[in-house]
Design a protein around this ligand. Structure first.
Ligand code: SF4
Length: 82
């Protein structure tokens, strides 16, 4: 799984940080989401999916991780900085 966040859509509700703190963080200055890692550990995958459902802004996206040697459309990297 690859995770992406859209800080332009984020409203700083913080649900994602509570749900999967090893993947999401909040900026101390503007309160918007920061992505700690794009590939969550296996034990966080279900919570990341829950975070997608709980995000009121629709700011979190997930995509399958490409298989090694398998060509696919790249997932845009989430930016942790504005
Ligand atoms: S749950 Fe959504 S709106 Fe709230 S901080 Fe996370 S990404 Fe932003």
């Amino acid at each position: 799984m690859r995770v992406g966040v859209d800080r332009d859509r984020c409203c700083g509700a913080g649900n994602c940080v509570v749900t999967a703190p090893e993947v999401f963080d909040q900026d101390d200055e503007d309160g918007l989401v920061l992505l700690r890692r794009t590939e969550p550990p296996a034990d966080a995958v279900d919570r990341v999916r829950l975070a997608v459902e709980l995000c009121p802004a629709g700011a979190i996206s997930v995509a399958p991780r490409p298989e090694p040697g398998h060509s696919s459309t790249p997932v845009p990297e989430a930016s942790a900085t504005p």
